[in-house]
Design a protein around this ligand. Structure first.
Ligand SMILES: Nc1ncnc2c1ncn2[C@@H]1O[C@H](COP(=O)(O)OP(=O)(O)OP(=O)(O)O)[C@@H](O)[C@H]1O
Length: 236
């Protein structure tokens, strides 16, 4: 469970161009649920996602994961927490050109000093599960859009993180690929993984497996703050 208490985020704090991207946000996202953050451009979705995933710190307020306050932890603990707790899928997938699909999937394990052979097996298993076994040795730039997307998902899952984070994951995908992506997310959620997404995309809001929609406007939650936007029981 991730809980935010009175989280405010100021950019350019103390300068003439100071901007409050989030105002005193209170939010609890349940373990095992699929939650979507939505709202107009500039409403604070990416900022909120970054704070939930411990990639950015709030200016004030508190972030807790399973009851432990993490927002005040020193950076080295946060780095470790990010590696062990979250898997990330970015809008443009952020895959590394010049590396193969397999090498891309293995990348997040490098800082953990993991055993190479075991990691390679795990990465291959992830690629196989996503139908990419025969693309493992291919340079990433030769993969199609859908293959690159599935490689990004395999990479996000390589450390078996309890929480999968995706920022506008379907923004660059056609409908067939977006549906495929959503089906994979629904499977991960059904397997017990927590999924948190930002999205403008109605295909995501309406997707099967979405438990909770949180709507932001001008840095405030206008719907779904307490789970009244919950679509299924128990997703508060
Ligand atoms: N590093 C920054 N410095 C200053 N302002 C920023 C910074 N990052 C974001 N902002 C501002 O904070 C507000 C919220 O940005 P954010 O990226 O969280 O919105 P968003 O809802 O994800 O938007 P979009 O849907 O367009 O990606 C925007 O007005 C943005 O211009």
């Amino acid at each position: 469970m991730i809980t935010l208490n009175a989280v405010t985020k100021l950019y350019n704090e103390g300068r003439p161009n100071e901007f409050a991207a989030l105002h005193e946000i209170d939010l609890t996202l349940a373990r095992g649920a699929m939650s979507v953050l939505r709202g107009p451009s500039g409403s604070g979705k990416t900022t909120l996602l970054s704070i939930l995933a411990c990639m950015a710190r709030p200016t004030s307020g508190r972030v807790s994961i399973d009851g432990e306050i993490v927002s005040g932890l020193p950076e080295r603990f946060l780095t470790e927490l990010r590696r062990t707790t979250f898997g990330f899928v970015f809008q443009r997938f952020n895959l590394v050109r010049g590396l193969t699909a397999l090498e891309n999937v293995m990348l997040p394990t490098v800082p953990l000093g993991a055993d190479y052979g075991q990691t390679r097996d795990r990465a291959m298993a992830r690629l196989e599960a996503l139908g990419l076994a025969d693309k493992a040795a291919m340079p990433i730039e030769h993969l199609s859009g859908g293959e690159a997307q599935r490689t990004a998902i395999a990479r996000a899952l390589i450390n078996d993180p309890p929480i999968l984070i995706a920022d506008e994951p379907t923004a660059n995908l056609d409908t067939a690929l977006a549906e495929k992506f959503l089906a994979i997310l629904a499977e991960e959620r059904a397997a017990g993984r927590t999924v948190i997404l930002t999205s403008h995309d109605p295909r995501i809001w309406e997707a099967e497996g979405v438990d909770r929609i949180v709507t932001l406007r001008d840095g405030r939650i206008v719907e779904g703050a307490t789970g009244e936007g919950a679509i299924t029981e128990g997703a508060v």
